[in-house]
Design a binder for this molecule. Structure first.
Ligand code: HGY
Ligand code: MN
Ligand code: MN
Length: 413
């Protein structure tokens, strides 16, 4: 068979994505499938069932990462690995993460039905808790697997309801017995929506990011003094929410102040006691700083830390900061990225070499083997929202590029 002419079944890919979108479906057309939730469990159970249909060897490790292994002719060779994540943001989209898992599944279904044997084994993977929204930080499944994060530390992370990561993993019956520990991998591909506006703006179908920016996450805790809003004079208040408000605007102004290619965001905040007639005395908020230039991101944090300290002192609101998580920027394997571009063009798709502003498990896997990603356009550049959308023909196009990239790598001796 001429493998270069092989293509995926786009309708089957669409139907798998539509099946998965039922788990955590929201009224606004998105999904809420938070890591280790009932919805995540249901998606995992269906995914495992589909893996069994392809006679794959299934391994679930003690971080809940799910692997499906397809043997190659030469079992001594390291596998080609491909996958992404199935957990979502709260009120997230139907394509983020799941497209990479279903896209890889579609590749394996195509190889299975055409009885194609590759030199190397192929492994599909669903990484646990890529989003980091319920349990911070992000990418903990791949982070522990690559040795970048400590499993014990992750197990103790708690969600907003003080539920422990490990307890939730046990509750959904996905705490496998195999230690989450890296093994040799030939190459890793991750297929994903772009989650930004560039491909659509440039009119391109396939994006090949040269890598992923650094991600730095911080948690800020402020303590003020609660009091009755009526009788308490404005002078002398220790209003934690006002201190936070000043700090949040400082975060927003950072990229302009520093110049260079950076984004800085406060996405999450809790305010206590959060009653309209009590002066807030406790606030927690998060800071997310990203840049291709790790040094610039660190410099930005040093600057804004000083601002935070000055505001906290002036307002009499003591501050506590957790430097929660850092992932360096990840430059992908140049040759593998080039392969994506060449395959895209050979299949007749327009391509674009770009950067990923979104974090992905590929950031960690890139530390242990040559890694590349395949992007397809996000309509109106929207993602992490219920209206997240990608054209079905673009989903099929990306999966075809993934199929050919996996075939080429899996037939390397
Ligand atoms: O934060 C990110 O970019 C990813 O969605 N975890
Ligand atoms: Mn994602
Ligand atoms: Mn995401």
């Amino acid at each position: 068979m001429n493998l270069a002419s092989l293509r995926v079944n786009g309708k089957r890919l669409q139907s798998s994505l539509e099946e998965m979108a039922k788990f955590g479906a929201t009224p606004g057309g998105g999904v809420q499938r938070m890591a280790l939730s009932e919805e995540d469990k249901k998606a995992r159970d269906l995914f495992v069932m589909w893996l069994k249909e392809l006679d794959l060897k299934i391994t679930i490790d003690d971080m809940g990462n799910i692997f499906g292994s397809r043997p190659g002719k030469n079992r001594s060779l390291s596998p080609v690995m491909s996958g992404s994540h199935m957990d979502s943001q709260p009120k997230g989209g139907r394509f983020d993460g799941i497209l990479g898992v279903m896209g890889t599944l579609e590749v394996l279904r195509t190889l299975h039905e055409n009885n194609i044997e590759t030199e190397r084994p192929i492994t599909i993977v669903d990484w646990t808790n890529e989003e980091g929204s319920r349990f911070a930080p992000a990418m903990v499944g791949s982070g522990v697997w690559t040795g970048a994060l400590d499993r014990g530390w992750v197990y103790e992370r708690t969600d907003i309801d003080s539920k422990r990561f490990e307890d939730e993993l046990i509750r959904i019956s996905y705490q496998g017995s195999v230690p989450a520990k890296k093994r040799p991998v030939h190459v890793y591909y991750e297929y994903h929506i772009e989650q930004g506006p560039i491909l659509e703006k440039e009119g391109k179908t396939i994006g090949a990011p040269k890598g992923i920016v650094c991600l730095h996450w911080y948690d800020v805790y402020l303590h003020g003094e609660a009091n009755q809003v009526g009788p308490t004079p404005m002078a002398g208040r220790h209003d934690a929410l006002c201190a936070a408000a000043e700090m949040i605007l400082k975060v927003n102004e950072l990229p302009k102040r520093l110049g260079g290619n950076m984004v800085a965001t406060v996405g999450e905040i809790q305010n206590y006691p959060n009653s309209r007639n009590i002066i807030p005395d406790r606030v927690h908020f998060t800071v997310d700083i990203r840049s291709w230039d790790d040094g610039l991101a660190l410099k930005a944090w040093e600057i804004i830390r000083k601002d935070f300290d000055a505001i906290a002192t002036r307002r009499g609101c003591p501050i506590k900061i957790e430097e929660t998580w850092k992932v360096e920027h990840s430059p992908f394997d140049v040759n593998l990225v080039q392969r994506i571009l060449v395959i895209g063009e050979q299949l007749g798709y327009s391509t674009l070499h770009m950067v990923s502003g979104a974090g992905h498990d590929a950031s960690y896997i890139n530390r242990i083997c040559p890694t590349a990603m395949i992007f397809v356009p996000s309509i109106s550049g929207r993602s992490h929202v219920e209206v997240e959308n990608t054209k079905w023909e673009d989903c099929e196009a990306g999966a075809n590029v993934l199929l050919q990239a996996i075939l080429q790598s899996a037939n390397e001796k």
